[in-house]
Design a protein around this ligand. Structure first.
Ligand code: CUA
Length: 332
């Protein structure tokens, strides 16, 4: 009874302490609550096993220690069928029980809401793109309305990536191949800004493959959609100017002729550019498009290669680039 008492007290203590430490980020989705419940059940079991072993270890050390000068060989046990049966059946029952509640929880996280918002997620080395087919818009941040299920359809353009927002708990690999579209359902419950991280080692910049995930009220989401749709239908120059702002291009490229990190855009279009290999090239549409997508191929004299990241390949559509160039053309 005393030993059992010690085990019970230690179990509660370990479980309580570790839960208090706050091992996990906040629960920001319906699915997170389900996963955490399962996690806590496992945690209680692990705390119990830890306490059982610890208490019996200490108990044996004290009760069966060598006293004085006595020298007695330990008792010899041939075998015990009762023990064998017990330590086969009990762990087996525990494993079956946990697989059962595990599969119930998994099914619960995948519960289908027919009203779900569909978002196509594309991953590539090393960025994310989010498409909203219902509205025809594309974004490099994942905007989600709170309390509405989102059905993510995930695919990769190159290697295996993995979609993971720790606050939502659930995670899904993205596989290359047109027919390998994976699905993930998330119902965000807490308004806030999170981050989607790639959770599968995918090359040099794997650690930086992340995008903001913004959970907003349903009204704010509708406002965002309206704004995006309006922008989509705007004239090329206006849209190009907005895209430039969104992508932060002007942090490195001035529009007034002053020198920043990269070449200024004032007077850039149709000008002659001297490359590091000594050749000259005209800054026409083709040159500008290549410079945006593969900035380190034709390197301009005086502006070292490797400074501008090659992150727009895949995130900017042909129309996006055409509109940005339309804006650059106005800067003469
Ligand atoms: Cu994509 Cu790691």
């Amino acid at each position: 009874v005393i030993v059992a008492g010690f085990v019970a007290v230690l179990t509660v203590l370990v479980d309580f302490t570790l839960r208090r430490v706050g091992l996990l980020p906040i629960e920001a989705s319906t699915q997170a609550v389900i996963i955490d419940r399962l996690f806590n059940d496992h945690f209680l079991m692990i705390s119990f096993l830890f306490s059982l072993i610890t208490v019996f270890l200490v108990y044996s050390l004290i009760v069966f220690r060598q006293r004085g000068k006595e020298k007695i060989a330990g008792k010899f046990f041939k075998s015990s069928n009762k023990l064998e049966v017990a330590w086969t059946i009990l762990p087996l029952a525990a494993v079956i029980y946990f697989s059962y509640i595990g599969s119930l929880s998994l099914a619960e996280t995948r519960k289908v809401d027919p009203q779900a918002l569909e978002v196509k997620v594309t991953g590539r080395q090393w960025s994310w793109t989010f498409e909203y087919p219902e509205y025809g818009i594309t974004s490099d941040t994942l905007q989600l309305p709170v309390d509405r299920q989102v059905l993510l359809k995930l695919t990769s353009q190159d290697v295996i990536h993995s979609f993971w927002v720790p606050e939502f708990r659930v995670k899904q690999d993205l596989l290359p191949g047109e027919n390998l579209v994976k699905e993930l359902r998330i119902t965000p419950t807490v308004i806030g800004t999170y981050k989607v991280r790639c959770a599968e080692l995918c090359g040099t910049l794997h650690a930086y493959m992340e995008s903001p995930v913004v959970v907003v009220s349903q009204a704010d989401f509708q406002a965002w959609v309206d704004e995006q749709v309006k922008l989509l239908n705007a004239d090329p120059v206006t849209r190009g100017k907005e895209l430039v702002k969104q992508n932060g291009c002007t942090a490195c490229h001035s529009v007034d002729g002053s020198r920043l990190v990269g070449p200024t855009w004032k007077g850039l279009f149709d000008s002659q550019r001297v490359l590091t290999d000594g050749t000259t090239v005209t800054a026409d549409e083709v040159y500008l498009k290549n410079s945006i997508l593969k900035p380190n191929v034709q390197v301009v004299e005086g502006y070292p290669a490797g400074v501008m990241p090659q992150t727009y390949l895949g995130t900017l559509s042909d129309k996006d680039i055409a509109d940005i160039i339309a804006f650059i053309k106005t800067l003469q």
